[in-house]
Design a binder for this molecule. Sequence first.
Ligand SMILES: [Zn+2]
Length: 458
Amino acid sequence: MTRLSLVAGCAALPLSLPLTALAQDDDPSGRRYLLSGAQVITMQGGWTPPAPLDILIEDGKIARIDADIEAADATEIDLSGHLLTPGLVDSHWHMWNTIARGYERSDQGGFAGTMKPLSGAWTPEASALSVELGMALAVNSGITYVNNWAHNVKAPEFADAEIAAMAASGVRGRFSYGYPQALGQGALMDLADLETTQSDWPEDSLIGLGVSLRGPDRSTPEIWTQEITKARDLGLPVTFHMGGAPEAAEKHNVAALAEQKMLGKDIHVVHMTSAPEEDLRKLAEGGSPLIISPWTELEVGYGVPDPGMMKDAGLEMAVSVDNTVLAGQINMFEVMRLTADLADGHAHKQQALPDADVFDWATRQGARSIMAPEGVGTLTEGGPADLIAISTEGLNTRPAASPDFLLTHAAEPEDVSFVMIAGEIHKENGKLIRVDLGDLTARADAMMGDLAAQAGVQ
Ligand SMILES: [Zn+2]
C-alpha cells in the first residue's frame, strides 16, 4: 500500500475508491467505440479543416481515423451534426478553491483580503470537494486535460485529497504540487513531501505530477533557486506566476531566471500581463512557454493582456481559466473568444490573432507548451481518446460561417454534446453522466457556508 492510498479512508472523498485509484479504476480495455458522422478537426500539426471521418476507439486510445471505417463489433455513436475535436486543455487552474466562487470580495476586502482567512480555514475535504466540482465544470465545458495548480497545500493531506479527487473524476491532468497560501517568502515549501509523493506515484495513471512554485516574484532568490533546482532534480515540470501586476512586472525577473539558467521548456510562466515586450522576448529566447488567463487578469486588475504581442515575441502559448473565485465561469470558449479579441483590440485590426491560432492554444499548442503527455490536444492514431463533439445545429452555432469562428466565438459549454476521456464517456447528449449534480452542488453549498462562517467572511 502506498502512502497515497491512505487517503482512501477520508469520508469527504467523492467516491469510496481504494486509492490505488490513481491508476485507472474503470478499465476500458476491450471496449470499442466507433464515432461516426461528425466533421473531424484533428489538430495534427496545427489547425486542420473539418473532414468527414470516422474514429475507432480501443483500449482508451484512438485506434484509427479514416473515412467509412467498418467495425461491426464496436458500439457505434452517431455524431452527425457535430464538429469532433480534441478535448480542450486547461493549463492553469487553482482547483482547490472552486467552491469559493465569487469570494473575490467580502467584508474582509478584495480578492487577497478575502482569500487569506478562507485559505486559513480550508480543510483537505474542502479541497477534495472543490476538485470534484471543478472536474464536473471542466467536463461540462469540454475540458479534458487540467493542470491543477495547487497553491494551498498546507500539509501532505491536502495534496493527497486533491490527487484522490482528480483520480476519482476520470479526467486527465496534472497535479502541480504547491505550497500553503500563508507561507513566508523566505520559507521553503515541503520538498520532502513532494519527493515522497513522486516516489509513491503509480505508473498507470491519468494524472501526472508537477510543481507549482511562488517563483522569483513571490519568494526570495535563495528559495526560488533551491525549489527550481529540486524540481529539476526530480524531473518535474515547474510553473509559477510572474509579471502579472505592474509592480511585479517592474521587477523584470525574467533576467534573473535567465542568469540562473532557470528558463526552458520545463519552466512554465503564468500571466506576464504587464511585462514589456523585451521581457516577453527574453522569456521566449529562454524557451519557456507562457500561460495566460485573460478573464482573471482583467478581473483582478493586472491590466489588459495583449496576446498578439505575446505571440509575436515568439512565445509558445497556452490559455487557462485560473479559478472560479474571480472568473465565476469555467468556460474555455469565452477564454478563447476574449484571447482573440484582446489581440485584435490592441492591434486595431480584425484577425490580428487568427481564431484558428487561439483554438490551437486551447488544444495542441497548449498541451505541448505545458508538456502534457504525447498526443493530448490532438486526435492522432495511437494517441489518447480525449475528444469532444460540439453541435453545429444549436441556437448558438447554426448558422455559423466558419468552423474556427464557431469554435472560438459562437459555441458555449451547452453546445458540447459529447465528451470522452481515455475512451470513457463523460458527457452524452449534452448531459454529464458520471456526476449527480444535485447532490454535488448541495454538498458544495453546505461546505462553503461552513467555511465562510468559520473564517469570519461575509
Ligand atoms: Zn494562478
